[in-house]
Design a protein around this ligand. Structure first.
Ligand code: EPS
Length: 366
């Protein structure tokens, strides 16, 4: 038994959709909790004016009755309010009448760092919009909605996931992060940063060493790496471990099976080891610049400047919410694989039985 996730939706299309399969029946989903994560994803200093147009909330089309899962595919929808401004440009069907609204003109100026160039070459488009609409980080809203469902499942076995921006444009204090964002906005530039995520309460043994594809560290790294603009992922002390001696690289074991340190970030040999799971994700500066970089006009083949569109100065705080959702999703998937169950109570009982089995050796942290 595993969880499955399919998302769909363009940035300025009618809606974003997430279809979640493999959920146990009877899991209570709090609509306010899902909406709260969607709202948190829209916050943060340095977001684009787009966020004033959208107030993301979740609608459910299937899989839920009276707030509890039915054990059937759960369809989550987040509507794009901005779609109303793109009636012709983003019409799913051949548009009728005179072109009007946004997205009418073909985009032929690819932005370095975005999906634009490889996207049109790969799919044979003649309008960069056909690539950028789906590549846009807007669709992380669907992942955040699915992540909120994963968090509800994890809460039933005492697992909690929290992430925060620890660095923006090289600054590590709140005041510094704010000042550098203002400075970048004035300079018509963008910034990246670093997010740290910590998951507590995971028992030892989620994931497996049996096959490379089972390894939870690999699964977590892959999901974080696949988020828009992420260019690096660290588990625990990560790259710093490469510079240490073995004596200073591992986490010594004490009676009760507690660790003195958590350099491994709670993951050894592709499994949770009972300590907090800690990862960091590095985000590159966003590629839509108000002062554009050099590019080529694909209509003429001549040198030109890249597309200028409204965008965020930085979205590192939003990334924190997206990372939280992605890690919750992978942990819930691993918990689902280990504990199974058609009903959520079966899963909770299997978790309790496992904790009892290992209790003579391992006790959960107080
Ligand atoms: C994005 C470009 C901007 C961001 C968008 C991601 O969109 P727009 O062109 O509509 O202003 O605001 O992010 C969101 C809309 C969102 O909800 O996170 C991009 O190119 O990736």
């Amino acid at each position: 038994m595993s969880l499955g996730l399919t998302t769909a939706g363009e940035s300025h299309g009618p809606a974003l959709v997430a279809i979640v399969t493999g959920l146990p029946a009877g899991l209570e989903i709090d609509r306010a909790a899902v909406d709260d994560d969607l709202r948190r994803r829209q916050q943060g200093y340095g977001r684009s004016p787009r966020q004033k147009l959208e107030t993301d909330t979740v609608d459910v089309l299937s899989g839920l009755r009276h707030g509890r899962t039915l054990g059937t595919p759960l369809t989550l929808v987040v509507w794009n309010k901005d779609h109303a401004n793109w009636p012709w440009g983003m019409s799913p069907w051949p548009p009728e009448g005179e072109p009007s609204g946004k997205g009418v003109k073909k985009v032929t100026l690819p932005r370095p760092g975005h999906a634009d160039l490889a996207g049109i070459l790969k799919y044979g488009h003649d309008d960069v919009r056909n690539a950028l609409e789906r590549a846009s980080a807007r669709h992380t809203a669907a992942h955040v909605a699915a992540g909120a469902v994963a968090k509800a499942l994890l809460a039933r076995i005492g697992v909690r996931v929290e992430a925060r921006a620890v660095e923006i444009g090289g600054e590590t204090t709140d005041a510094g992060m704010k000042a550098i964002t203002d400075e970048a906005r004035k300079a018509k530039d963008t910034l990246g940063g670093v997010v740290e995520v910590v998951a507590t309460g995971a028992p030892p043994g989620l994931g497996s060493y049996a096959e490379r594809s089972d390894r939870l560290d690999g699964r977590l790294a892959a999901t974080l790496m696949a988020i828009q603009a992420v260019k690096g992922v660290e588990v625990g002390d990560g790259f710093d471990l490469a510079r240490r001696r073995g004596i200073e690289a591992h986490d010594e074991i004490e009676p009760g099976l507690r660790r003195r340190t958590n350099r491994a970030g709670g993951l050894e040999a592709g499994m949770t080891n009972g300590e907090p799971v800690v990862l960091r994700a590095a985000m590159k500066p966003l590629p839509t610049l108000m002062k554009p970089l050099d590019s080529v006009d694909l209509a003429t083949g001549e040198a030109a400047q890249a597309l200028v569109e409204r965008s965020d100065v930085q979205a590192v705080e939003a990334l924190a919410v997206i990372v939280e959702a992605a890690v919750a999703w992978e942990l819930a998937r691993a918990a689902r694989e280990k504990f199974g169950g058609d009903a959520i109570d079966d899963l909770v009982a299997a978790h309790a039985a496992y904790i009892e089995r290992i209790a003579p050796l391992w006790q959960p942290p107080a």
